[in-house]
Design a protein around this ligand. Structure first.
Ligand SMILES: Cc1ncc(COP(=O)(O)O)c(C=O)c1O
Length: 373
């Protein structure tokens, strides 16, 4: 059976189970893909995992419901499971309400009026947004022509004073990677006053062998914070679990700013079960590759350029006005992208299920026939 058959037959079995069970419980326990929006629209704009929460995690959530009257939320158990999964120590881990909270905690722990943030443009904006409540300078450095971070220019900027450097690698919204060797060379010689926030939200999707993760630094370099999430590869965006991996002295510093009784019991149970579900990473990657192939073929056929993606989304060229394009897609039940200045001639498309990408493909081809794209 080819990969498409492997992934989609599992879903068909799940949908059959849903009907047979005749209710929500069947959908929870089977391999039913994640739910569409209430009005039936297909959301291809938020870089979510269309497979939804893994069957093992669904079962764990149901079992954990009876514990919901208790504090404690499986916190220590999740930290231990993560430490085991990553081959690090529990003392290296800080949990957050998604990796978004970890980014906020990092801002509180490291930024200040005399410690600027250095980041790429465009990149994931979240960490910069905290500037509104905590005054610190932000220096943005445009991505280079090959869409990698301009490591050299970021490095030069950091030499003036203590700085926080944000590397979103792979980068959102471009989906592209920066060669890890270039970043490693800087980390190796950087002073402790340069803090590196290594956002690896999409690492499991990477296919480019110039990329590797940053975990190897955490014992040697207390100034490196590796930031990860259960939202993408584990399909748990709505359950909100993220974490950082750091040297234990840095963990202590981060935990001063973190809520000490997270995650909630259902999210904790789901995260532990997901780490134990050996097939989930492979299934998520397989369905993503399938969606990517459909999108590549379609864009090639239409002659629309796209950036090389190492994530669960892609930036592709559109002809004409971006907002008009998005509105027309929405009229067809497909929610795609938003504005990512200065790339206003590109749309960011998140990968959904293969049948959803087929629907997107026939819609965009129809737009071409109408002369809209
Ligand atoms: C690069 C990056 N980092 C962090 C996040 C935040 O994810 P979460 O808070 O769901 O873990 C996202 C979400 O899209 C992202 O793209």
């Amino acid at each position: 059976m080819d990969r498409r058959g492997f992934v989609t037959s599992g879903m068909a079995a799940g949908l059959a189970g849903f009907t047979a069970s005749g209710g929500v419980l069947g959908a929870l326990l089977d391999q039913t893909p994640g739910k569409r929006l209430a009005n039936g629209d297909i959301r291809l704009s938020s870089n979510e995992n269309p497979l939804g929460v893994s069957p093992a995690a669904r079962e764990a959530i149901i079992e954990a419901i009876v514990e919901s009257n208790r504090y404690g939320g499986r916190r220590q158990e999740l930290i231990a499971a993560l430490a085991n999964y990553l081959s690090v120590k529990p003392e290296n881990i800080t949990l957050g309400f998604g990796s978004t909270e970890i980014l906020q905690i990092c801002t509180q722990a490291f930024q200040g009026p005399n410690t600027p943030l250095i980041a790429a443009a465009p990149t994931f904006e979240d960490v910069m947004d905290y500037q509104d409540t905590m005054p610190f300078e932000v220096h943005t450095v445009p991505l280079m022509a090959d869409l990698q971070h301009d490591v050299q220019q970021m490095h030069e900027l950091s030499m003036k004073r203590p700085s926080v450097v944000y590397f979103c690698n792979p980068n959102n919204p471009t989906g592209t990677i920066t060669a890890s060797a270039d970043i490693d060379a800087w980390i190796a010689e950087a002073p402790e006053t340069t803090t590196f926030l290594m956002d690896e939200a999409y690492l499991e999707y990477v296919t480019d062998d110039r990329y590797w993760d940053s975990l190897k630094w955490i014992e040697e370099k207390p100034n490196v914070v590796v930031i990860r999430t259960f939202s993408k590869i584990f399909g748990m965006a709505g359950l909100r679990v993220g974490y950082s991996v750091t040297h234990e002295t840095t963990t202590g510093r981060l935990q001063e700013h973190s809520v000490q009784n997270s995650p909630n019991v259902l999210a904790g149970a789901a995260a532990i079960a997901s780490l134990q579900d050996e097939g989930i990473v492979e299934r998520s990657i397989a369905v993503n590759e399938e969606a990517k192939a459909i999108v590549h073929t379609t864009l090639d056929e239409l002659g629309l350029e796209y950036l090389p993606t190492n994530t669960n989304f892609i930036m592709h060229k559109i002809n004409g006005d971006l907002e008009t394009y998005r509105n027309r897609m929405a009229d067809n039940g497909l929610l795609v992208g938003r504005n990512f200045p200065p790339m206003l001639d590109h749309n960011r498309l998140s990968f959904g299920l293969p049948n959803e990408m087929d629907q997107w493909a026939s819609t965009i081809k129809d737009f071409r026939r109408k002369g809209w794209i």
